[in-house]
Ligand binder design. Structure first.
Ligand code: NIG
Ligand code: FE
Length: 405
């Protein structure tokens, strides 16, 4: 039988439900294999369970939270877009750059020109930076390949990262991210190709969910619908880059397909909020992109809150709109820029992030869930959204096994 580990002398922030931090003093976590067998104050642990603890780890009173979940990233790509950043500072806007063939398309060219080893090495470095801050689950989208071969390469690299690093990786097929040059002026034909590639990529075990970019500089709602219909036919859940730069009623469309999440949402309407509430779709807010594109339209946090739509936060790491690699900075910016509370922000990078990926088995410290947790050099979990520009993560346990953060 596997050794049972007792992690004790901790201040737990269990986030057991959404109403508070779920603080437990003198807390303990009993871990068997990759699961939490028991969570609570050490004194309350049944003696029979305590007797099972083969290895004991004294946490010295440190704060422990669920492992962090980054539910929206584009980690696999070639090159970078610092020159485009300079252009934007000279007054050219993001959409203009995209329309003139730069933006996503320039990253597609750089990605296609990169070898697998190079793509893997870049994505690995970025994943490790996120992991150093306590990330134990990571979503990675394709979307910079835009051909069957290159989407397959990017998704395979994401899968490979999950196999070689102590982090859970979920992969999302974002073939409908932009129109590649060989389909110039033929968006509908490109969508036909995106849908046609999906069964092969799925059969190869490369897709956990399907995403699209529904926007004036992306795809229309009708084209997005075609992608969703293809996903549904394969039993794949959908997500959507929705209402980032304009209101396309994308969220309502995604909700119609029972989307796991709608992401960005600065231009989300009340009707969109309502559709998401009814469908149980998570709102993934991306303060990094909001900040880096100097967006001024705020996502409707008050309406989402009032309608009890769960709000997650993610890094949206990508070379164009959010080149940051700190989920804690996203939590901080969600508070300063979006006026979310620290509790909402921390739920956003744990339980609600997991919810946005359709993973109810993580994101909280509750018996039966995965043993994914982070140990912090902090007194209170509200500090996770307070400090920025330094990393207080000291230890990480992912799937029951301690790793170097
Ligand atoms: O999530 N909005 C579309 N996709 C990315 C940005 C892609 C890029 O600029 O390379 C995003 O912000
Ligand atoms: Fe994105």
């Amino acid at each position: 039988m596997a050794t049972t580990h007792l992690w004790h002398n901790a201040r737990l922030a269990t986030l057991a439900d959404d109403t508070g931090w779920g603080l437990v003093e003198h807390g303990a976590l009993l871990v068997q294999d990759d699961r939490l067998l028991w969570v609570g104050a050490l004194d309350d642990m049944p003696a029979a369970l305590r007797a099972q603890a083969g290895v004991q780890h004294d946490l010295g009173g440190a704060l422990v939270t669920p492992g962090l979940v980054d539910c929206h990233t584009h980690l696999v790509y070639g090159g970078q877009r610092a020159r485009e950043f300079e252009m934007r500072l000279q007054g050219v806007d993001y959409a203009e750059i995209a329309r003139s063939g730069g933006g996503i398309r320039s990253t597609v060219a750089a990605t296609r020109a990169s070898g697998d080893a190079e793509l893997l090495a870049g994505a690995r470095r970025r994943a490790q930076a996120l992991m150093a801050e306590g990330v134990t689950t990571l979503e990675i989208k394709s979307g910079y390949g835009l051909s069957l071969l290159d989407e397959s390469r990017c998704l395979s690299i994401a899968r490979q990262l999950g196999a070689e690093l102590p982090v859970s990786v979920r992969t999302t097929y974002l073939g409908a991210h932009a129109i590649p040059p060989e389909f110039d002026g033929r968006a509908d034909d490109y969508i036909t190709a995106v849908c046609a590639w999906m069964p092969a990529l799925h059969a190869a075990g490369l897709i956990d969910a399907v995403d699209a970019f529904c926007e004036t500089i992306g795809f229309t709602p009708a084209q997005t619908r075609r992608v969703f219909v293809a996903a549904r036919a394969l039993g794949l859940p959908v997500k959507l880059h929705a209402e980032q730069l304009s209101d396309q009623d994308g969220a309502a469309l995604a909700a119609e397909f029972g989307a796991l999440s709608c992401d960005h949402l600065e231009y989300l309407s009340d009707a969109g909020v309502d559709a998401m509430r009814v469908a149980g779709t998570v709102a993934v807010l991306l303060p990094g992109a909001y900040y880096f594109l100097r967006e001024t339209q705020l996502p409707p946090v008050a309406e989402l809150r009032a309608q009890q739509v769960p709000i997650a936060l993610a890094s949206d790491h990508n070379p164009g709109s959010s080149p940051g690699l700190s989920l804690l900075l996203m939590a901080n910016m969600a508070c300063t820029l979006f006026r979310m509370t620290p509790l909402e922000a921390v739920l956003g990078i744990t339980a609600h992030g997991a919810h946005a990926l359709g993973l109810p088995d993580r994101g909280r410290l509750v018996a039966g869930l995965r043993a994914d947790f982070a140990v912090w050099d902090l007194e209170h979990p509200n500090e996770l959204a307070y400090w920025f520009g330094h990393n207080p993560c000291r230890r990480v346990v992912a799937g029951g096994i301690e790793r170097t953060p």
